[in-house]
Design a protein around this ligand. Structure first.
Ligand SMILES: C[S@@+](CC[C@H](N)C(=O)[O-])C[C@H]1O[C@@H](n2cnc3c(N)ncnc32)[C@H](O)[C@@H]1O
Length: 251
C-alpha cells in the first residue's frame, strides 16, 4: 500500500489522486490494521483518505424501527434504571449515533448514553460538531415524521436537539483492537462496516463486539452480514433483518 501511495504522490492532479485512492480502498482490507499505531501520522492520514463515510440519519429505517419497537423495551427493562449504553461502531460522520440518541429519547429510555467510534479523524470532527446540510439529496428522507421534533433545523442545516448533545460522545478507535469494556453495552450498531474487512477481520471485530455486549444485548449488523455460529447470537426474528441478541446467562 505504501508503494502504491508513493506512486500516487507523483500525480499532480488531485482528482486523479482521489480517484486512485478510492479505487485502492479494497487494499486496505489486506493490511494488518494493527501493525501501525493509529496515531502514526502517515497511517492516520491514509485511513482518513481511504475509509468510506457514506451514512445518513435513520439509514435503513425499518431495521431501526424494529429495534425501537421490539428490542429497546426489553433492554430498558433489563437495565432497571441504570443508563442504557448504546454504541455506533463505525459511526462515520455521526448520523447513526445521533439516530440512536433520537431512538433512545423517543423510545422511553429514562437514562442513556451513546458512544460513536471510528478511525477517520475528519469524520469524527463532523460527528462531534453535529451540524449537517439538509441536502439535496434530502438528508432526512428516512427520518420518521414524529422524530423530527428531536432535531433542530436552522436554515439549510440540521442537528440534534440541544438536549441530546450531552449524552453523545465520539472517540477514535480501531474496531480490530481492544477498546470497549467487556459486557458493557446494551446495544451495538455495526452496519456497513464489516463489508470493508477481510473474513478474518470481520470475525475478529464480531468477537470483540459480542464480548462488549451485555448478556441479552442487541447487535445490529448490515443485511448481508452473517455472524458465525460460534458467537451464539440469536436473530430477533420476524421481519427484523440484521438484529441479533447475545445469549443471556440463562441461554
Ligand atoms: C460506510 S460507513 C458506515 C457508517 C454507519 N455505520 C452507517 O451504516 O451509516 C463505514 C465506517 O466504518 C469505519 N471503519 C472501517 N473500518 C473500521 C475499523 N477497523 N475501526 C473503526 N472504524 C472503521 C470507516 O471509517 C467509516 O466511517
Amino acid at each position: 500500500m505504501l508503494e502504491v501511495l508513493r506512486d500516487l504522490a507523483g500525480f499532480a492532479d488531485t482528482e486523479v489522486l482521489r480517484g486512485r485512492l478510492l479505487r485502492a480502498r479494497h487494499l486496505l482490507a489486506r493490511l494488518e490494521m494493527t501493525r501501525y499505531g493509529l496515531d502514526e501520522p502517515g497511517w492516520a492520514a491514509l485511513l482518513d483518505a481511504v475509509t468510506v463515510q457514506e451514512t445518513r440519519m435513520f439509514r435503513a429505517a425499518p431495521q431501526l424501527e424494529a429495534f425501537r419497537a421490539r428490542a429497546l423495551p426489553g433492554l430498558i427493562k433489563r437495565a432497571q434504571g441504570r443508563p442504557l449504553s448504546l454504541v455506533s461502531a463505525g459511526c462515520a460522520t455521526g448520523e447513526e449515533a445521533w439516530t440512536l440518541a433520537v431512538i433512545a429519547a423517543s423510545g422511553g429510555a429514562a437514562a442513556w448514553r451513546v458512544l460513536g467510534l471510528d478511525l477517520c479523524r475528519p469524520a469524527l470532527e463532523v460527528a462531534a460538531r453535529a451540524r449537517y446540510r439538509l441536502g439535496p439529496p434530502d438528508a432526512l428522507r428516512e427520518v420518521p415524521p414524529a422524530d423530527r421534533a428531536l432535531l433542530a433545523i436552522e436554515g439549510d442545516c440540521f442537528g440534534p436537539a440541544a438536549a441530546l448533545r450531552p449524552r453523545v460522545a465520539f472517540r477514535r478507535a480501531n474496531l480490530l483492537e481492544p477498546g470497549l469494556e467487556t459486557a458493557s453495552a446494551d446495544a451495538i450498531l455495526c452496519r456497513n462496516v464489516l463489508i470493508y474487512l477481510t473474513p478474518e477481520g470481520r470475525l475478529a471485530v464480531l468477537r470483540r463486539l459480542v464480548a462488549a455486549l451485555r448478556p441479552g444485548g442487541a447487535l445490529l449488523l448490515g443485511p448481508t452480514d452473517s455472524p458465525p455460529a460460534e458467537l451464539r447470537l440469536k436473530p430477533l426474528g420476524g421481519d427484523a433483518v440484521g438484529i441479533w441478541r447475545r445469549e443471556d446467562d440463562n441461554g
